[in-house]
Design a protein around this ligand. Structure first.
Ligand SMILES: NC(=O)c1ccc[n+]([C@@H]2O[C@H](COP(=O)([O-])OP(=O)(O)OC[C@H]3O[C@@H](n4cnc5c(N)ncnc54)[C@H](O)[C@@H]3O)[C@@H](O)[C@H]2O)c1
Ligand SMILES: [Zn+2]
Ligand SMILES: [Zn+2]
Length: 339
């Protein structure tokens, strides 16, 4: 099978390897499509998990079951699937509480172990989620990123009629906007430095788009009768924008900490206001378990417009070009690799 190994930051190598055989409790998946995630780009640029290289990245994938090892007969060969990328140890304090993302021995497919930029992958059967046969691969490859957004929304306890500011209209910000629209949040204000990305977010559900940072605070206050918004989602990863978020939320508001900053970055919060106003900030990282199932359900039933996410499609052999040209194609919200 062909495999795209990230040999070192900035350099993919296409290798030929034997197709793995599924052991007991494992499923062999023939991969058909993989999304390129910001995390993959961070690895490519040498900013994240560089110690794990050489490694096959890729965790936003779909494919079909090629073979099953011994174990439960829940799945069938030929079935379309997506896969939860997070593998907990199953026994520790956090795994027992279903807080697998804090498991000290957690593995993540495509980050700490070889992933999906490959013709086949062997994964634990229990992490495989069956998908309907008639949903396009381009849509199923969106389940994992949408699951991250589902998790953040769940933690924010957002409900219909609540005002939301989404900071950053990249692929994740666009999904935040779409999920908020489907939940019934209103109004939804989106901001990005790119007018094109603001326009894309408005086309799929934002009520108000702001591309001028100077105008953001005034706009939010204007549409919330001077209170500030109920929920602010930071989907960029800039400490200054987390600071900005604290000025945009209402008393008793919530900040969804989503955009990944550098390690050690801090946010100064006014302790007394936090107490008196009962403000909250909550992190969420990745999408796992039920988040994956909910994301699949939303996509299967057309609650998310997938059309903006597969404008740039590359063959596995051209993966180097896909990564090299990322960011130079501003109209492309996301790239996908066809295998
Ligand atoms: N917590 C999680 O579960 C999770 C999952 C996936 C990604 N992420 C993180 O979420 C963030 C967003 O992901 P993405 O793939 O959309 O990233 P991206 O880099 O593709 O998009 C970020 C967007 O922010 C915009 N931006 C930059 N500076 C800005 C500013 N000052 N004001 C407004 N907009 C600004 C950019 O123009 C861009 O459109 C990243 O930090 C990523 O690492 C978090
Ligand atoms: Zn991802
Ligand atoms: Zn564990």
């Amino acid at each position: 099978m062909r495999v795209a190994v990230l040999a070192a930051p900035g350099r993919f190598e296409i290798e030929t390897r034997p197709i793995p055989r599924p052991g007991a409790g494992e499923a062999l998946i023939k991969i058909s499509r993989v999304g390129i995630c910001g995390t993959d780009l961070h690895m490519f640029n040498g900013h994240y998990a560089a110690d794990n290289l050489p490694l096959v990245p890729g965790h936003e994938f779909t494919g079909t079951i090629a073979a099953l090892g011994e174990g439960p007969e829940r799945l069938r060969v030929g079935q379309k699937v997506v896969v939860d990328m997070n593998i907990g140890c199953g026994n520790c304090y956090w795994c027992r509480r279903q807080e697998i993302l804090s498991c000290p021995s957690m593995h993540q497919i495509g980050i700490t172990m070889d992933g999906a930029f490959s013709e086949y992958i062997c994964v634990p059967e229990r992490l495989v989620i069956a998908a309907p046969d008639d949903v396009p691969d381009a849509v199923l490859a969106l389940v994992e990123p949408l699951a991250c957004v589902v998790r953040a929304a769940r933690k924010s306890q957002v409900t219909f009629g609540q005002s939301v500011v989404v900071i950053g209209a990249g692929p994740m910000g666009n999904l935040h906007v779409q999920l908020m629209r489907t939940i019934g949040a209103a109004p939804i204000i989106v901001t990005d430095l790119s007018q094109m990305r603001v326009d894309m977010a408005c086309a799929v559900g934002a009520d108000i788009g702001v591309a001028d940072p100077e105008a953001l605070h005034r706009t939010v206050m204007d549409v919330t009768d001077g209170r500030g918004a109920d929920i602010i989602i930071e989907s960029v990863g800039d400490p200054a924008l987390y600071g900005l978020a604290t000025t945009l939320m209402r008393k008793g508001g919530h900040i969804a900490a989503f955009g990944l900053t550098g390690a050690g970055e801090t946010l100064a919060v006014d302790i007394l206001s936090t107490i008196l106003e009962e403000n909250s900030i909550k992190g969420s990282v990745a999408g796992i378990g039920q988040d994956m199932h909910d994301a699949l359900t939303l996509l299967v039933h057309g609650r998310i417009d997938p059309s903006l996410f597969s404008s740039a499609v590359f063959d596995l052999d051209d993966i180097q070009a896909a990564f090299d040209t990322h960011g130079k194609r501003p109209g492309d919200l996301k790239s996908q690799i066809i295998i």
